[in-house]
Design a protein around this ligand. Structure first.
Ligand code: NAD
Length: 322
């Protein structure tokens, strides 16, 4: 078996694959070269740089599995892969703690003005009264989306002795109570939360999930944080809400357009912005590399992988174009 590592992944993942296959590391491979050489490989590992397009897939005569060492599969033509019976796997749980910790960091930075205060001190100023903050203790956290990351965020904020509300129509009251959160309707969460943090996937139902109407419901003292996906928050509406004082601040790791060149939100003092670094820790990268290497191992051993994105490839009735 031959595996192509097309984007940089942590060494541990490569060494797992080397136990079972011939591994070729070509982390600067161009799209044209990929189209020419993909036919030699049984598996390919990518992060986000390499695009596995329909054209690549059509040249992949022996490819069994495309592995994304991370969460989003926007760089893979999953439909084309499914048509040809090629499995697409990812590592959805690899970054949950890491993203939750960044969310915590952004929330604390908003509450205590850390990034603004840091900039001010480094500019030689001593503006103590300008950076009056708020405590999180006793406040209400509103989590939209109680999945892998939402759950980790809740667990961490319980330690801050906050009241935790959650909106997620797909989890039961029983699950919510085990996670120590109170399930409420979205409007209630928006009206009552001092901090609203978003952890839902981006899909047609969640595009502009938080727009003008939702922002109107929030408290003037509330903060909104999006470490999920750009596009879930309507950025024009958010800019208006922030500049008109309808909410107190926002934290963002993700944007409708990335990089967010010229995005007016970045000019606002009450916005804490990071460059889509939610999954950027050594631990998350290592988890992702290990998880996808194990997934490839399973596929090579004829077992079903745990994180299969395109379930229809397992359908015995399915006709493949191969
Ligand atoms: P997940 O699938 O485990 O959880 C998502 C939760 O959202 C689920 O519980 C689901 O029931 C809920 N949900 C779905 N639609 C909903 C809706 N319309 N209203 C309310 N709840 C809804 O996903 P996850 O791993 O926790 O990831 C959450 C988000 O974080 C995703 O958008 C993911 O892309 C993003 N993410 C960002 C980074 C980053 O670098 N910033 C890294 C990893 C993941």
């Amino acid at each position: 078996m031959k595996v192509l590592i097309a984007d940089k992944i942590e060494e541990k993942g490569i060494s797992i694959l080397e136990e079972i296959a011939e591994v070729s590391v070509q982390t600067d491979i161009t799209n044209q070269k990929l189209i020419r050489s993909i036919g030699e490989f049984d598996a390919v590992v990518v992060r986000s740089r390499t695009k596995i397009t329909r054209e690549v897939i059509e040249s992949a005569s022996r490819l069994k599995v495309i592995a994304r060492a991370g969460v989003g599969v926007d760089n893979i033509d999953v439909e084309a892969a499914t048509e040809r019976g090629i499995m697409v796997v990812n590592a959805p749980e690899s970054a949950s703690v890491t993203v939750a910790e960044l969310t915590l960091g952004i929330i604390i930075s908003l509450a205590r003005r850390i990034s603004r205060a840091n900039k001010s001190v480094k500019e030689g100023k001593w503006e103590k009264s300008k950076f009056m903050g708020v405590e999180l203790f006793g406040k209400t956290m509103g989590i939209i989306g109680m999945g892998r990351i939402g759950e980790q965020v809740a667990a961490r904020f319980r330690g801050f002795e906050m009241k935790i509300l959650a909106y997620d129509p797909y989890i039961s009251e029983d699950t919510a109570s085990k996670l120590g959160v109170t399930l409420v309707e979205l409007d209630t969460l928006l009206k009552e939360a001092d901090i609203v943090t978003i952890h839902v996937p981006l899909n047609p139902q969640t595009r502009h999930f938080i727009a003008r109407k939702e922002l109107e419901l929030m408290k003037e003292t509330a903060y909104l944080v999006n470490c999920a996906r750009g596009g879930i928050v309507d950025e024009h509406a958010l800019y208006d809400a922030l500049s008109q004082g309808k909410i107190a601040g926002a934290g963002m790791d993700v944007y409708e357009n990335e990089p967010p060149t010229g995005n007016p939100l970045l000019d606002l003092d009450n916005v804490v912005a990071t460059p889509h670094i939610g999954a950027s820790t050594r631990e998350a990268q290592q988890n992702a590399a290990i998880i996808v290497a194990e997934e490839i191992k399973k596929v090579f051993n004829g077992e079903a992988p745990s994180n299969l994105i395109n379930l229809p490839v397992l359908d015995p009735q399915r006709q493949t174009a191969k």
